[in-house]
Ligand binder design. Structure first.
Ligand code: C2E
Ligand code: CA
Ligand code: CA
Length: 589
């Protein structure tokens, strides 16, 4: 600074007027002699630092006056910290650079000291309290905006947007060096149930706890996000081998499998983790996500609580699935799909009481495709609504010629019992077939019931009013609760064949099977046991009080031209059935 401070020739009056003006300023204004002895300080200065200027005016040494002012402002300071504060302020007195000094009433002044040659020193302090507070607010706002934009509100983890941008950044960074990293996706098995049973606040607490556990397993450096709902994502960097990924996945599953203590409840969930590795499984963000997702669903299907990394086998499955969906879309179902029929027995009376129609697909490109493969593909590609009417028409056309009035059971997919319009479409097909509706049983699964319980119950009731009966297929494998079961108008429960697995060897299995049978009896619904392959299994069904059964032991699914003959022959001479338990000297319960 090079202002000219040579004293102008002012009269006393002029000087007084000048000082009177300065005294009214909102800024602090102080004049010292060249040894920092106070000559004059305006009112603002006295108000801002009363002990300092009071002390200087009374002739206290500068350091002592500063000390007093600081003690008055911050009575909690003592020892080294107090000394440091006094040093800072004393230093600011010598400094021509702007310094922030705190004053009374929480105010802040930006001060600087300007030597005026031999005349002395003038100090000016501008009140920047509001400016500082605005800056503070602005910083807070920026921080909040950052949180909104990048953070998951509930768990404090990254949100989906931030997670995606992190991955894109990593992919861009690795474009040349190809150092691998793994994208992991996981969600909670059974989370929906927790929300339904315990309520959303408990569900939220569970998510927070899960986030904490994930942080515990992965450490603070691993990028972790909540992607929405109960879905989480993570990025594993510096992965030396696929073993590292497998181990981390296993650790995550083990940690989440430990019960959560929430309020007074102990809640158990599990998780399945899917990984996709850059660049092997993909060099594009969308593909990595798709493949990690695929690996996760694969993990779920192969027993929950697992971690699976995307592999070349999955690649093949995806290709197969894509091909399948393509062929399904283009398929001429009238020409390619046909039903086979599996008999359902009353094994006590040794007669066939019904027949289940099962779909078969013979495709020019793919050959014979199993329904376990093409039904899910047809469901997912929306083609099931085109397939079912064709199948139903064909099954009815065959069944109407059976010489004995047994029932025909027919499988519907979950989505097919959610619309009354669609139900009317099926009813029209039955009406036009010449087969009476009261001999038709529709089989639905538990998946159908949990989707939209109320609507499904209405649609099923509508079908029942037209004489159709309803069976719950694969009973015991789904998630339906007892209360849900009691809301559904069901005529039959088909007990899933998994309950018969190993029943000959293990007493415990047999006990589970028995209790499932008891349950269906208590619900007052007739049961059919599926998948009876051995006489021991048949015996178990009998001892558990169930007569209706179906399985390879009694008859495999067979083509239309064989089933008619099979029904006629069997029901004419029921002894063709495998020996009834009573004949074996066992008494059914
Ligand atoms: P599902 O409804 O549970 O049908 C029973 C399946 O178990 C049939 O397989 C049948 O062949 C098989 N099975 C019968 N007895 C035994 C046995 O003793 N042991 C063993 N291991 N298996 C036995 P399939 O025909 O391959 O059908 C598989 C699934 O595909 C069916 O399971 C059903 O969920 C679905 N499905 C079949 N046809 C249709 C259809 O027309 N529409 C719909 N929506 N789904 C269908
Ligand atoms: Ca079935
Ligand atoms: Ca079944």
């Amino acid at each position: 600074m090079s202002a000219d401070f040579s004293a102008p020739n002012l009269s006393d009056i002029e000087i007084k007027a000048l000082l009177a003006g300065i005294d009214r300023m909102e800024s602090a204004f102080v004049i010292y002699d060249k040894n920092y002895r106070l000559i004059w300080a305006n009112t603002t200065s006295h108000d801002a630092w009363p002990d300092l200027y009071g002390g200087l005016q009374a002739g206290l040494p500068q350091r002592e006056a500063i000390h007093n002012e600081i003690v008055a402002q911050m009575p909690d300071l003592s020892g080294a910290v107090l000394k440091e504060a006094v040093d800072y302020a004393a230093n600011a007195f010598q400094c021509s650079q702007p310094q922030d000094l705190s004053a009374r009433g929480g105010r802040i002044f930006q001060t600087f000291h300007q030597p005026l040659g031999d005349v002395g020193i003038v100090a000016i302090g501008v009140d920047v309290t509001e400016l500082k507070s605005n800056q503070h607010k602005l910083r807070k706002l920026v921080k909040e905006n950052y949180a909104l934009a990048y953070q998951d509100e509930l768990t404090g983890l990254f949100n989906r947007r931030k997670f995606i941008s992190e991955i894109e950044q990593l992919i861009a960074d690795r474009a040349d060096c190809e150092t691998p990293f793994a994208l992991g996706l996981l969600d909670l098995d059974g989370f929906k149930l927790v929300n339904d049973v315990y309520g959303h606040p408990v569900g939220d607490s569970l998510l927070i706890e899960v986030a904490e556990r994930l942080k515990g397993v992965l450490g603070e450096t691993v990028k972790l996000a909540r992607l929405g709902g109960d879905e989480f994502g993570l990025i594993l960097d510096d992965i030396s081998s696929s073993e590292t990924i497998r181990q981390v996945g296993a650790d995550i599953c083990a940690s989440i499998a430990e019960p959560f203590g929430l309020g007074n409840d102990l809640i158990s969930v599990s998780t399945s983790v899917g990984f996709a590795t850059f660049p092997k499984a993909g060099i594009d963000r969308a593909i990595l996500f798709k493949r990690a997702d695929f690996a996760m669903y694969h993990a779920k299907q192969h027993g929950k609580g697992k971690a699976i990394a995307f592999s070349s086998e999955h690649e093949a499955t995806i290709h197969r699935r894509a091909l399948l969906e393509l062929q399904i879309k283009e398929a001429d179902f009238d020409a390619e799909v046909y039903p086979v029929f599996q008999p359902i027995f009353n094994s006590r009376k040794q007669i066939i009481v019904g027949v289940e129609a099962l779909a078969r697909w013979q495709n020019a490109v793919l050959g014979n495709v199993s329904p376990d493969e093409f039904i899910p593909a047809a469901e997912q590609s929306g083609q099931i609504a085109r397939l079912t009417p064709v199948m139903l028409r064909k099954a009815l056309a065959i069944a109407k010629d059976w010489p004995i009035p047994i029932f025909l059971t027919f499988n519907l997919s979950a989505l097919e019992v959610t619309s009354a319009d669609y139900a009317h479409q099926l009813l029209a097909i039955i009406e036009n077939s010449g087969f009476t509706p009261d001999r038709v049983v529709f089989e639905i699964t538990e998946t159908a019931m949990i989707r939209d319980t109320e609507t499904v119950a209405e649609v099923l009731s509508l079908l029942q009013r037209h004489g159709i009966r309803i069976a719950l297929d694969d009973f015991g494998t789904g998630f339906s609760s007892l209360s849900m079961l009691s809301q559904m108008p069901l005529d039959y429960l088909k007990i899933d064949r998994s309950f018969l697995d190993g029943i000959e060897q293990k007493r415990a299995v047999s006990a589970v099977f028995k209790s499932i049978c008891d349950l269906s009896r208590h619900l007052g619904i007739t049961s059919i046991v599926e998948g009876v392959e051995t006489e021991a299994q048949m015996l178990n069904a009998h001892v558990s009080g169930i007569d209706l059964m179906q399985g390879y032991l009694l008859g495999r699914p067979m083509p239309a031209d064989q089933i008619t003959e099979f029904i006629v022959q069997n029901n004419k001479s029921p002894s063709s059935l495998p020996a009834h338990p009573q004949k074996l000297g066992m008494v059914g319960g």
